[in-house]
Design a protein. Sequence first.
Length: 223
Amino acid sequence: MMADISKVALLDLVPVSIRGDPQVQAAAAALDQELKAVTAAIPSTLLISRIDELPESVLDLLAWQFHVDFYEPASLDLAKKRVLVKQSIAWHRRKGTPSVVEEMVQAILDNAIVEEWPEYGGDPYYFRVVKIGGELVDTEAYVLLKKAIDTVKNTRSWLEGISLLRQIDSRIYFGVLQSTHTKVDIFPSAFRMPDISSSLYCGGLIHVHKSEVIPCQTGQAVS
């Protein structure tokens, strides 16, 4: 059965023939504390496999050792530092490819898509980084982002622009009002004229006369 090295005492490793000697016991006890301190420090020698556990001061040293060109100790939080150091070796092997630019931008902010000039009708040898997500940050972060892109992009390629994508969650409320009413028109009482009947009489007159001329002896005519 294997023993936990952190719990093993030096005296347990001493041969039985001398284990009972007081001087041997005193020497083993004196060395135990030093040996336990060395044992406790063993995990510190494991760097790559323990990046997610290393303190920030060690990460800064590893960034220098691994040549993380776009590493800015004062501008990045601890989680982003871990990602950059962890991916540094792999990114150095693939420098100059769009995928590295995407992964690096995602490490600093969130999400990113690299579009080469034929994809959006740009000028030859240009590219742009679009749909960058994450929280809104200050201008220094975008200066760092531009510097980071320049360190991993293809030398003949030129960054044309950076486009951000921000999604705002909100609620839209709709209100509906239904109104029902009845219209009643009240008019004054209608006044009706009484029925009136009458007779109509019509009269006519015809005057007919005849004129005759009778001669007189005096030579005058009498009518």
